[in-house]
Design a protein around this ligand. Structure first.
Ligand code: URA
Length: 435
């Protein structure tokens, strides 16, 4: 077997054989296939696609490149959630303790942010003392004793994907549905969860701006999970505007704690409850309504224990930015658009995100939104507050926001888009892949 024949086969729109896929993924992971050869293959896949059988085999090969975790020794069923990423998407923070409070264990292996979307670990690291890196033993200990753990994925899970994702990032080959689906699902299947709920975001702040592409990605991932024995369901959710009223690390932790205390913005609460219900149903343990666990304080109790178990102080004051700048409404009327991508770029430029994976992030940087699409606004009233420790960043953040806002004069018929657009279950997928 040689790399050039595999590249030529895909370049010429052929279907790769199982043997070709197993070989090329393994040889690339071992360094026998060079980066330039894998980039050519990734580009051929991006342009010519992969069949369902190829995508399934590619996923198997990436799983086989590393270790698999095993939660079968736990006393409770497990369920996990994966979001394809968006602006202000802090849902994992209230969701993991909420689902645990309802009797299902949540092993949430999360990542850091890159570009305009934030990362769950960056958000939690704004809590003084909180530690993302746990050994497998520590992780299982927190999961068994608290019921939920959010920590960094170890290097042993799907190492082929780590290498390939870094390559795709710098070769313009991220936006391929079979490559995205196999990348996400190889990590989730190797992680060993029994049930998985996917939050596939659609809109300007998401990977998938187009509903048809998001639906195709969701279907592909649900088929992959189901074919590997993981009960998998996907929700397609709106990412045309940021989720909630904050984007930025400590700001989003504060908002998540408000949700756990029974308050918080309506869209964050609605999505958290919908995903919690899906996770509990997928794990076969939906006896308790998650709304009750928010109301009776049991989800907050799990949050406090989860943060404490990882060295954090749930009572410590969160960092606040040294400088703020308020943007006011340029006119009175109804806010009809607050672009998620623009807000994500502004938060990133204020210091909440990173351009390279080794860059530091500012815990306190980000934006507060004083109005959401559909809300009435008054000329001169605060619309956004920008936060940063480095005020020389304000002009760059403001530049990202120049075309982010539309205000229509009242009265305006404005239809607020629903936060949950659709649900994709096994019956919506084509023939599931059998590994
Ligand atoms: N997230 C992943 O883990 N992989 C992709 O390819 C895209 C998003």
């Amino acid at each position: 077997m040689d790399a050039v024949s595999v590249i030529r086969a895909k370049r010429d729109r052929g279907e790769l054989t199982a043997h070709q896929i197993d070989w090329v993924v393994d040889a690339y992971t071992r360094g026998e296939v060079a980066d330039e050869q894998m980039s050519a293959l990734a580009m051929a896949i991006l342009l010519n696609g992969m069949t369902e059988a190829e995508t399934g085999r590619w996923t198997d090969a990436m799983i086989a490149s590393g270790e698999r975790m095993d939660f079968s020794g736990l006393t409770r069923p497990t369920a996990d959630k994966h979001s394809t990423g968006g602006v202000g998407d802090k849902i994992t923070l209230p969701l993991a303790p909420l689902v645990a409070a309802c009797g299902v264990a949540v092993p949430q292996l999360s990542g850091r942010g890159l570009g305009h979307t934030g990362g769950t670990l960056d958000k939690l690291e704004s809590i003084p003392g909180w530690r993302a890196a746990l050994s497998t033993g520590e992780m299982l200990g927190v999961l068994e004793s608290v019921g939920a753990v959010i920590c960094a994925a170890g290097d042993g899970l799907a190492p082929a994907d780590r290498k390939l994702y870094a390559l795709r990032d710098v070769t313009g080959t991220v936006e391929s549905i079979p490559l995205i689906a196999s990348s996400i699902m190889s990590k989730k299947i190797a992680e060993g969860t029994g049930a998985l709920v996917l939050d596939v975001k659609v809109g300007s702040g998401a990977f998938m701006r187009d509903l048809a592409d998001a639906r195709e990605l969701a279907r592909t991932m649900v088929a992959l999970g189901t074919g590997h024995g993981v009960r998998t369901v996907a929700l397609l959710t709106d990412m045309s505007a940021p989720l909630g009223r904050t984007a930025g690390n400590a700001l989003e932790v504060r908002e998540s704690v408000e949700v756990l205390a029974g308050g918080g913005p309506a869209d964050v609460v609605t999505l958290t409850l919908a995903l919690a219900r899906e996770m509990l149903a997928a794990a076969g343990a939906d006896a308790k309504d998650p709304a009750d666990a928010l109301a009776d304080g049991s989800a907050m109790d799990v949050w406090r224990r989860m943060i404490t178990a990882q060295g954090g102080d749930p009572d410590a004051a969160l960092p606040t930015a040294r400088e703020t700048h308020t943007v006011t409404a340029p006119a009175s009327g109804v806010l009809t658009r607050l672009d998620a991508y623009a807000v994500g770029v502004a938060a990133w430029r204020l210091g909440a995100g990173r351009s390279r994976k080794e860059d530091p992030v500012q815990a306190a940087a980000g934006l507060e939104l004083h109005a959401k699409p559909g809300d009435p606004v008054r000329e001169g009233a605060p619309l956004l507050t920008l936060h940063t420790d480095t005020p020389e960043r304000f002009p760059y953040a403001l530049q990202a926001l120049t075309a982010a806002i539309d205000i229509a004069p009242e009265p305006t018929a404005y239809d607020r888009p629903p936060i949950i657009i659709d649900r994709i279950d096994t019956q919506d997928t084509r023939t599931p892949h059998t590994p």
